[in-house]
Ligand binder design. Structure first.
Ligand SMILES: Cc1cc2nc3c(=O)[nH]c(=O)nc-3n(C[C@H](O)[C@H](O)[C@H](O)COP(=O)(O)OP(=O)(O)OC[C@H]3O[C@@H](n4cnc5c(N)ncnc54)[C@H](O)[C@@H]3O)c2cc1C
Length: 394
């Protein structure tokens, strides 16, 4: 098969890119090793920035069937609890909780409706890039040739790694589990800054009445050096909820906890090469502060599509449009990622977090900003603005 663009990976990054490309008239093949509907280990917290892209894809009505939590509860290391309510005029500021089983199938379907050819059950095994002739992508069942290749193969990034565009391992790891028997209102989401996994956190995101996505994430190095056993940390978190008769006191796991690496390494790898672009987790575009990556995956998919369309229009390869993609990624994300890394190191210490609690408790607007940054709705740089820092200090 020959197409203009071959996209590897039909997660949010790949499917959004394939949708945009196909909707603009490009011939696109979207290669995915799994078969939809397929699960992806995730907290399912789909931020307001991601909802905006769903709306641009005509999926706004579809997304409204899923919960938009209006209460964010932050539990600090000393056990103090802070509750933030979404403003009346902005009830999706904490996003929606959309199981990835459903989100990713809907995105891939949107790409197909726009005209992309989705090849499921197709694991890409080898890629050859010939600067003059184009790209050859081989899977066991098929070979696809194209002018350009977009890699959206997630945090494991097997194909991106095989081309040497990413060399560092994923830097975060998280596990999640679905449970039934959540006694809280489905409007309430929780983030717990647990002492034993800092700088990381646990979450309870309500999927539907009585059903919740529960998870825990921290640095990969802490897990690798056995400083944290993620499964045990998850277990302890669930038990702490049960012991205190909290919302999960009667919760029953639907399945085992599943872990997955997260790549927040943006800036360490390359996001383009001759005839190739990289998007989403493969490009390290997960927030180092929150582990939120769906919105950036979708945004980078849209951005990649835009630059690929320019390159196709110009028809000359290697194309300056591919370099421009990397430049624009840096412009959009580099400062945010630096701020997020700084905040993660500086803030996620128990004493400091407890101090933050005392400030947020007295300043509702600051608390709302903090919650919005943690959930990826607003830039982490806002927390480092001198006026905001003063409000934390004074
Ligand atoms: C436990 C956990 C909780 C998280 N919680 C949240 C959250 O609440 N909110 C949030 O925004 N983000 C969250 N994230 C991050 C989020 O899951 C990712 O940022 C997001 O999935 C990135 O999308 P993507 O399209 O880049 O990659 P993926 O969604 O990983 O998609 C990559 C796709 O590529 C396919 N693929 C890989 N290799 C090949 C190959 N060789 N051939 C063909 N196909 C291939 C895979 O099968 C997969 O479908 C969480 C991550 C974890 C691990």
């Amino acid at each position: 098969m020959h197409v203009d663009v071959v996209v590897v990976g039909a997660g949010p990054a790949g499917s959004v890119a394939a949708y945009r490309l196909a909707a603009s008239g490009a011939q696109v093949a979207l290669l995915e090793r799994a078969t939809f509907p397929r699960d992806k280990v995730c907290g399912d917290g789909i931020s307001a920035r991601a909802l905006e892209i769903l709306a641009r894809m005509g999926l706004a009505d579809w997304s409204q069937q899923f919960r938009a939590p209006t209460v964010l509860r932050l539990v600090f290391p000393n056990g103090q609890v802070l509750e933030g309510r979404a403003p009346k005029g902005d009830i999706t500021c904490y996003g929606r909780v959309i199981p990835r089983l459903e989100l990713d199938a809907a995105l891939a379907q949107a790409a197909v409706h726009a005209g992309a050819r989705l090849l499921e059950g197709t694991r890409v095994q080898a890629v050859e890039i010939a600067e003059r002739n184009g790209v050859v992508v081989r899977a066991r069942s098929t070979t696809v040739t194209a002018s350009l290749l977009l890699l959206a193969d997630g945090s494991h990034a097997p194909v991106t790694r095989s081309l040497g565009l990413v060399t560092s391992p994923p830097d975060l790891i998280a596990a999640r589990q679905y449970v039934r028997g959540d006694a809280a209102s489905p409007e309430e989401m929780e983030i717990h800054f647990n002492l034993d996994i800092l700088p990381g956190y646990s979450w309870i995101f309500p999927v539907a009445s009585g059903r919740a996505n529960v998870g825990t994430g921290t640095f990969a190095w802490r897990v690798q050096r056995h400083a944290v056993d993620l499964r045990k940390a998850m277990q302890r978190f669930l038990e702490s909820q049960t012991a205190n008769g909290r919302r999960l006191a009667r919760a029953v796991p639907e399945s085992d906890a599943r872990g997955h690496p997260i790549r927040s390494t943006f800036g360490k790898g390359r996001t383009h090469a001759s005839r190739v672009l990289v998007a989403g987790d493969a490009a390290g575009l997960v927030s180092p502060l929150s582990g939120e990556g769906v919105a950036a995956a979708m945004q980078s998919g849209e951005l990649a599509a835009r630059h690929i369309l320019t390159a196709l229009e110009n028809g000359a390869f290697p194309s300056p449009a591919l370099t421009a993609y990397s430049r624009e990624l840096r412009r959009r994300y580099a400062a945010d990622w630096r701020a997020a890394r700084f905040l993660q190191r500086a803030l996620f210490a128990p004493q400091l977090l407890n101090h933050v609690y005392t400030r947020l408790q007295r300043d509702a607007n600051l608390a709302l900003l903090f919650g919005r940054v943690i959930l990826g709705y607003q830039s982490p740089r806002l927390l480092l603005h001198p006026r905001v820092l003063l409000r934390f200090l004074l």
